[in-house]
Design a protein. Structure first.
Length: 346
């Protein structure tokens, strides 16, 4: 791959490659911007089709973190680590080697959990570096697994979208289709069910989908059906790039509002969703709850109550983006990008 010419290379401050034959660790840490502070973003442990695909993911995700942290009003820049999943066991030695990789960047990058990395994994990583957040914490403190905080932010952001698009206060009778019932999706399903929403869910782990459907009085459908379910809201909470020309054409909802990072497969897909009259909640604005939680822990700048207050701001921030989009006829993702770029001095 010609990295400097890659579409997703956006004047990143640094892209670091780590290869440890002893443990089999292969990781990429991309630092997009430290304009507002240390580059913060989670570590993703995933099977990639090629090294290029892993680099692309690191480039896109780290830029997304710059935008996300800026929009969440955090004094932090944007970065991301991807760990290439292989046959090598993800044991203590492997995770400690990753910890040393993070530490070698001297605090310019601060890591946390993402897909495939648990808070227990982060405890092992933290033996080798203090530039870690998302560690288990005592009740009442900020920090710990970011999933529930992300779910809280998505819940509030979705409420702003439902208000703006459907003119409804709250979720009573609102039908939400959730793709992916992991750390975020499951917690979100619980909150929505408690608020009176009707749920349709799907997960590649069918037992998990069936469990959620039973617990929250919803129904579950096969994974290849969830994107086209007729509902009020689609909430992508699995992996990114699910919104493309084909899937957007098949959408049967008024709103897309979910936790997954990089939901739009290409920049043109934001315009496609907009052209269909579907309200899209920009992913990095609505899913900032987790980073707000872990950044507050890392910075030592507040307790769980302070985190809740910051997460609550997601609702108003999205409402502002929706209004600006309507006023200018600009897709919501472009409105958000412009706001974020201004904040990081680009
Ligand atoms: P997770 O790994 O806990 O859960 C992902 C779930 O999606 C799993 O249950 C998995 O089986 C399911 N899944 C995978 N592919 C699927 C498919 N094609 N169809 C249906 N289900 C599928 O991850 P998570 O922490 O819940 O994060 C979910 C998404 O939100 C990711 O894109 C992540 O980057 C993003 N995100 C997470 C956080 C956080 O705090 N955890 C914060 C911001 C963004």
């Amino acid at each position: 791959m010609a990295v400097f010419d890659a579409v997703d290379f956006d004047a990143h401050e640094g892209v670091h490659f780590f290869d440890d034959p002893k443990t089999g660790l292969r990781a990429i840490i991309a630092i997009h911007s430290t304009h507002l502070g240390p580059a913060a973003g989670g570590s993703r442990y995933w099977t990639y089709a090629s090294d290029d695909a892993a680099v692309t993911d690191a480039l896109r995700l780290s830029r997304g973190m710059s935008y996300k942290n800026a929009m969440a009003e955090l004094p932090m820049g944007g970065g991301k680590a991807v760990i290439l999943k292989t046959a090598a066991p993800k044991n203590d030695a492997y995770l400690e080697t990753f910890g040393r990789a993070v530490d070698s960047l001297g605090g310019r990058y601060v890591t946390a959990e993402d897909v495939g990395i648990s808070d227990a994994d982060m405890v092992v990583v933290s033996r080798q570096t203090r530039h870690v957040s998302g560690l288990p914490v005592a009740g009442g403190a900020a920090g710990g697994n970011p999933g529930p905080s992300t779910a809280e932010g998505v819940f509030r952001g979705m409420r702003a979208a439902v208000k703006h698009k459907l003119g409804r206060d709250g979720f009573a009778g609102v039908h939400v289709a959730i793709q992916g019932l992991g750390s975020v999706g499951y917690a979100l399903a619980g909150k929505l069910a408690a608020a009176g929403a009707k749920l349709t869910v799907a997960d590649i782990d069918e037992a998990r989908a069936a469990k959620a459907a039973a617990e929250f009085a919803g129904r579950h459908v096969p994974v290849d059906e969830i994107m086209a379910v007729e509902a009020d809201v689609l909430s992508p909470c699995a992996l990114g790039a699910t919104l493309n020309a084909t899937s957007i054409e098949a959408l049967n909802v008024a709103i897309v509002a979910g936790a997954a990072n990089n939901q739009l497969a290409t920049p043109a897909d934001g315009a496609r969703v907009h052209a269909r009259g579907i309200l899209y909640a920009p992913d990095y604005v609505i899913n900032a709850g987790g980073i707000i939680n872990v950044a507050t822990e890392y910075l030592g700048s507040g307790d769980a109550e302070a985190v809740t207050k910051l997460i609550a701001k997601i609702e108003g921030r999205l409402a502002d983006i929706f209004v600006e989009s309507d006023r200018t006829g600009t897709p919501t993702d472009v409105v958000a990008d412009r706001m974020a770029q201004k904040l990081i001095g680009r």
